[in-house]
Design a protein around this ligand. Structure first.
Ligand SMILES: [Zn+2]
Length: 166
């Protein structure tokens, strides 16, 4: 099963977003991550705690640093086991999720955590209740600079148009 995995690559480390369902899919994601990685550090984020996005974390190597927001950790405590009951949906899903557990956080954060990957910094943000009670979003700081740059350009275009109209 493919998942919309996003991988952010820096010179020193790589951040993978989304795990796939079960260790087998986590390993498949990891193989792809290895192909693009440039540095030894490895970070992992589950965008939310549903099994197909979180319970593949066991397929990632021991050196992986799992990031979780405090609210995601609380959500797992509260609803994790019932979420894993998805395993009962079909024998195939049950197979995939056999032995799957929510991976413990290596880095646990309140509102956000900036991860320096070497030349690229990722901002990992707790988004509160969206699709689940504890969604997480990831942006690179480059994205934010680009957005700011676009806004600045827009503002200067508006000013130029305004001045022209005077
Ligand atoms: Zn979901």
């Amino acid at each position: 099963m493919l998942v919309p995995n996003v991988t952010i690559v820096g010179s020193r480390g790589t951040l993978a977003v989304d795990t796939g369902m079960g260790a087998k899919n986590g390993q498949a994601v990891m193989r792809e991550v290895e192909k693009v990685s440039k540095g030894p550090e490895l970070y992992l984020v589950a965008p939310h705690v549903h099994p197909e996005h979180d319970l593949g974390a066991g397929g990632f190597p021991a050196r992986t640093k799992m990031l979780r927001s405090k609210e995601q950790e609380a959500d797992i405590q509260e609803t994790g086991l019932s979420t894993a009951k998805v395993a009962n949906f079909s024998p195939a899903i049950g197979d995939l999720l056999q032995g799957a557990e929510f991976r413990k956080a290596d880095i646990s954060f309140e509102r956000e955590q900036v991860v320096d990957l070497g030349g690229v910094r990722a901002r990992v943000m707790a988004m509160g209740a969206n699709h689940t009670k504890s969604d997480i979003a990831v942006r690179t700081l480059q994205d934010e600079l680009q957005a700011r740059y676009n806004r600045a350009q827009m503002a200067s275009a508006v000013r130029a148009a305004y001045n022209e109209a005077q």
